[in-house]
Write a protein that binds this ligand. Structure first.
Ligand SMILES: *[C@@H]1O[C@H](CO)[C@@H](O)[C@H](O)[C@H]1NC(C)=O
Length: 185
């Protein structure tokens, strides 16, 4: 069973966070939701509280994971972009050529942690200029896959992003099976 680590930080976007967890689990990926700051419930951007499965410190010691997932929401994205624990996880992930998935303001971590330099990415429009300035190749596609880096734009593209994560990690056939009962357009 492929594994994914979804990082959960205060102020993170709840739709993006749960879309990734839900769709990866539908795709039979073993998902660990890891609290950046520990095991307490995390208040997300619209005051929905989500309880992590364990702390990031504990989850990181059980890695590696096939995929590391960083949802957006400005509060959470800034916390992840400032975290040395996230930095070392992402650096290790990139070095081993394993998947990294980000959405919305999540790609702030690419810039601050020096990950995926020069790769093709998308993001929420509010950090577009930052990514261009940092010399990423910017796309406005709803989901962008460049090698093992998978990015997307916001809450409205989160389900498509989740399906792309399943397609990359598990395969197209499984992604199609997961997609059907979601009643996508
Ligand atoms: C979240 O709750 C706090 C404290 O009750 C409140 O000040 C804030 O406006 C709420 N945020 C949203 C997006 O509802």
């Amino acid at each position: 069973m492929p594994t994914a680590l979804v990082i959960l930080a205060p102020g993170q976007e709840e739709i993006e966070t749960t879309a990734a967890i839900d769709i990866l689990r539908r795709g039979k990926v073993e998902v660990t939701v890891a609290g950046l700051e520990g095991t307490d419930a995390v208040v997300c951007s619209r005051n929905v509280s989500i309880v992590p499965d364990e702390s990031l410190e504990s989850a990181a010691s059980k890695g590696p994971y096939d995929m590391i997932v960083l949802p957006g929401g400005m509060g959470g994205a800034k916390a992840n972009a400032a975290s040395s624990a996230v930095k070392s996880l992402l650096a290790e992930q990139e070095k081993a050529d394993r998947y990294i998935a980000l959405i919305c303001a999540g790609p702030l971590s690419l810039i601050s942690h020096g990950i995926g330099k020069g790769k093709k990415v998308t993001s929420h429009p509010c950090i577009k200029d930052d990514l261009i300035k940092a010399e990423y190749e910017y796309s406005e596609d709803r989901v962008v896959v460049d090698g093992k880096l998978i990015t997307s734009r916001g809450p409205g593209s989160a389900i498509e992003w989740g399906l792309a994560l399943v397609e990359q990690l598990v395969g197209k056939e499984t992604a199609d099976e997961v997609r059907a009962p979601l009643i996508m357009l």
